[in-house]
Design a protein around this ligand. Sequence first.
Ligand code: GDP
Length: 363
Amino acid sequence: MVHPENDSQYKGLQVNSGVNSAPTINPYRRARARRQLSVNDYVEGILKGNVSILGQAVTLVESLAESHQQIAQEVIEKCLPYSGNSKRIGITGVPGAGKSTSIDTFGIHVLRQGGKLAVLAIDPSSERTKGSILGDKTRMEKLSLEPNAFIRPSPSAGSLGGVARKTRETIVLCEAAGYDNIFVETVGVGQSETAVHSMVDFFLLIQLAGTGDELQGIKRGIMEMADGIAINKADGDNIDRANLAAAQFRNALHLFPPTPSKWVPEVHCYSGYYELGVPEMWSMIDRYFEYVKSTGYFEHKRNEQAKYWMIESIDEQLRNHFYHMPEVAALLEQKELRVLNNEQSSFTAAKDVLDFYFERLRK
Ligand code: GDP
């Protein structure tokens, strides 16, 4: 016997057609369940200039997961033949010098001449401050609206060497995606300039006028690396002071040995915020590229950098292999104690640990 309500003749309840099903709360949610792209998907997407795929590939480069790294390395390898065709420009300066304001303005200036621009950053401190303070989209308001600009904050995980390597690998991907201008931003207070210097063609140091100390805590070594010095905030009643600072910098540069390229670094005043003197300043960079391409130094430096990064990569992997071996870590701890207690010298302790490591490798 059928329950009356289940009877097909039953009329007590009826289903109204109602409204169409409501939209899901987050319409973008489905994107997360994206299928895993293959190496070729990445490479094809990048070569077509697909920004979303480029962004995902950069995320893989930055990932610490072994499986991501494997894919990333294959993607990089396949993109390499399509890379290299860009002007790589490093931009440094102390916090507050006006790097992001300037990059915003420089970027628009560069894009007006055609082509595409990628803005990357190296900020090893972002690990501590949680979240990058550099290369941030919100700090580059004009550029972030440009379809031909790709802005990527600093990779945040790992040592300076690791962060720098990831940025260098990202350069390869961006170039393969057709970005013919690459800016690499870094904060001018520490070691990161050396890393940036080793991956760019032109190194621009942004300075300020009128803060008393002419060198503003910028180490002499950083000034020696600079191919150009740009005195920012040359606007309003700061113009005279900027010109004075420029003269001081020119004098200081005279005391430095010639640069390896024989290019004589220039000093220019400009205002990133009010967009004054930017074409004049930028023409220095254009002239630099013409010069180093005519002398062959451009190629020479890129080759030197490629060798440097190979050695860096070997160093990094050797170090990782050594320090991540648990027995080595345990022995190191013991040896540290002995050294601290003056029971053994640093050098013999180091030798013991290394001997142990090499012995383990042989087994
Ligand atoms: P960053 O820390 O080097 O990236 O510096 P920001 O670009 O964030 O600039 C620091 C401060 O200097 C901000 O308040 C900017 O508005 C200001 N600033 C940047 N460029 C100029 C400029 O050309 N002229 C003036 N007067 N102020 C500027």
